[in-house]
Design a protein. Sequence first.
Lengths: 850, 249
Amino acid sequence: MLHVTWKGLLAHKIRLATTAIAVLIGVAFMAGTLVLTATIGSTFDGLYKDINAGTDVVVRQAQSVSGGQGFGETRAAVDASVLPTVQAVAGVRVAQGNVSGYAQYVDKNGKAIGNPNRGAPTLGFAWSDDPSLNPLRLASGSAPTGPTDVVMDKATADKYGFAVGEQVTVLTQTGANQYTVSGIARFGNVDSPLGATLAVFDTSTAQQVLGLPGKYSDIAAAAEPGISQEELAQRVQAALPDGLEAVTGKALTSEQQSQTRKVVSSFSTFLLVFAVVALFVGCFLIYNTFSIIVAQRSREMALLRAIGASRRQVLSSVLIEALLTGLFASVVGVVVGMGVAVGLRSLLSAFGFGIPATGLTIEPNAIVVPILVGVLITLASAFFPARKASKVPPVAAMRSVQTDDSGRSVARMVVGALILALGVLQLFIGLFAKPDNALAVVGGGAVFTFLGVAVLGPVIARPVARVIGWPIARLRAMPGVLARDNAMRNPKRTASTAAALMIGVGLVAFILIFWASATDSIRGVVDKGFVGDFVVQSNAGLQGGLPPEVATQLKALPQVGTVAETRVTVAEVAGSGTALFGVDPAAYGSIADLQVRQGSLDGLSQPGTIAVYDQTAKDKGWAIGDTVPVTFPATGPQELKVVALFHDQNIAGSYVIGLPTYEANTQVQFDYAVYVKLAPGVSAADGRAAIETVTDAYPNAQVQDKVEFADSIVGQVTSLLLFVIVLLLLAVVIALIGIANTLALSIFERTREIGLLRAVGMTRSQVRSAVRWESVIIALLGTALGLVIGLFFGWALIRALADQGFDSFSIPFVWLVVVVVVAFLSGVGAAIFPARRASNLNVLDAISSE
Amino acid sequence: MTAATTAPPTIAARAVDASKIYGKGDTEVRALDGVTVDFPAHAFTAIMGPSGSGKSTLMQCVAGLDTLTSGQVFIGDADLSSLSEKQLTLLRRDKIGFVFQAFNLVPTLTAEENITLPMDLAGRKPDAAWLNQIVTTVGLGDRLHHRPSELSGGQQQRVAVARALASRPEIIFGDEPTGNLDSRAGAEILTFLRDAVKQMGQTVVMVTHDPVAAAYSDHVLFLADGKIVDRMDEPTADRVLDRIKQFGH
């Protein structure tokens, strides 16, 4: 039996090639993702190891505040007076204060270098003299010695053409100032640590410009030879005042490594979703291919059964074919996956999400898991056709047995409806009941919805194909009639071919609808909530921004009426980490409309106060006058008094504090954004010109009016969703391969018929036309189903997010029409190869083929 | 019989020194070996011979389904070797009718759509009166909207004959048209074909191995080893059978 299977496999290798390709693509993407994320993870691991290589003990604040998703831990700085204490501890060979903070270079054209919001950070440091505590190595020049010296990382120097002795402008908390490049340094043996830019000052200058006068970010110490890190850490801890902790270099390294791994792993999950989608679509293709293969070989199967093969043997024979195909495809897929990893890296940086990674880290699970998944998927998809093969009655070897291709059984309708209902239910639960693992529940709901529609597909395939085919039959005469009839003749096959495309189109349509609704909502929020004229943005992340002097200078302009600066910090509010915004209590109200319902923002001018989103206040049972526990990195746990309740939490989140509270509880003051309302009577053009006289000196400042402001937010959302759509196109490509595959196999089945048509006078181009339009009908069928599902998903998600500011449900009709046109063209494209094969059939051979 | 009432005898199709050779050297097979023959118009010609005699090859080449290695074939005045693939296809569509042994019909089309297939391919509207006459002749009036899977073998062949007649071709080729039918259904088909010749002035060339079928024709060509070895006019089943026996199997 194995011999028969092997022979069968070889004979049908071309047919199985498309199955193999579908599995290969999904597996390659999965393997590529796993390799890429492992590489990123190990690159960061290596980075932290290198940074902390010579550091045996680190002294820092014991109190840390977690900022929630992806923001890591933030701590306050250490008082400089602790340094001598540490240096005095027996066993400490050398100890130095580290200073780190925000510092951004300006290139020779006046543009700020780097985009810390979206890319690698722009960092400022203090230079350490001891090489074991300083991972930087001078490549040229010398260490910084005075308040105007800076050492630049070699990558920046090379890329932007700076040499030792030249002047460079650096943006820091103290403004945009000129420094002399005293030296150029490499980080270990690379030109820059993963793309971050480094501006290194001498220690006292660093403290000044990085906003930590009289303090250190932390203190690093190296041990005398013979003393272990743990031992030294204990000794240092004993000498420290309360509130500080001493951790070993090893502990620090693994802490940093695991923080990064968390972020990397959620990114990995994000990408893996697309691999799963591609594999899910591949399932349909595999199912289809094996169904057709089984149908075409039913006579052969019947013969085997007639001469004594058991049902199980026939079943295993097909499954082994599937197994071997899946295995081969998965192994090749893993190899291709390495190339995918490299490609993904480039794709991400093309979309502005530059990911640092050197070389490729290939862990065993990046090989084993995709192979297992690929094989299992192939087996699972081939199972039902295999079972059907085993059910062929032996008598079919001698006479043809009628097979029901209509797919209109009651069982199918019931099962399909049940699965669909289950999927929709799961979707609603996941979206509206908001359980803990909401994402998994919603994902499961989506899968079952697609499956349910796929099972019900044959029931609606025939009538829908008739409708879609009607204009084609009218416009394309005989070939059109044949195309429509062929699309309708086997609803099961048509439906399952179209279903693969339905998934890709459905998800793309869903993303488009979500994008249109989200961008509409964003513009709505900005329109309603932002009542000023201009925003000065800094493109900073949680670190850095505009020095406060920018806002001061703006206030002095006669064209400017009100200036409201906003700052941001990480804090734990009522137990959960969040980004907390600090606003100018007097001016903010004229710039942003938070829809204050109770109390007043004026109350924020008192330190120790907070304003809360009214829904959150209701949930937590807070009223005006109650206190909210907030833990700041610098000052630890505080109790802030509620002085106002507001209704719009889309502008600044659920909690807002005033600048007095902010300044009292944070160390480094940067403006995240400065909002400006012009004086009455000043035109927008004049206003902008005036503002720019101030902001031109700060290259990281970007002046935007209301529309540009909304555009920049929308732009970020668009970038992300565009990236998602590009990844979804993978699934679409597989689906199109599936259409071409089904067509090619169907043409093989219809060889005699095509021969007859050619004999009776159908020209080659008419044959191609018939095949092409059949493909178009199938593609449009899948698209129609996909659009309906995508609309449903989009509506459901927007409804679920209604309380988070997504109040518009908007359908981007133009884009959806583009989707239909692309589907139409893809149908034409998928048919090119099968159509050519059909038209090139030798007439004589065709009509006498068996 | 005056000259005024009989149409002058014309040739519907012609082969001139037609040869079809497969392979080379030792493995050379001469399916057709320099065959020269005329197929008169308005007549029913049968082509017979043992398997391997070249009868099917001759028909296929004359019908434009296959190409000769050497020699010429004419349908009317058109030299098939001078036609492009597309022109050959159009010739088959407009000037030739086919009735194969089996698989004559497109399964997704109704009987009526199968009958008008060549004309639909050409984008021409069939003449309703003519269509009616043919359908009545072959007796398919009540089956027009059925699909081939809903018709018996005999009915399917009748649809094929109707299709062959509907486009009023210059010549109709049949390849063992009754091969899969029982004797009653077969006799029906052969009668239709003969009536088409006698009453509608059609030209029919039929390949067959069945002496009974051959008896319906006006004359029979006997082929062996790629050459015409004999002819017979006004055949009867017995005479044909006798002649076949002489091939000696």
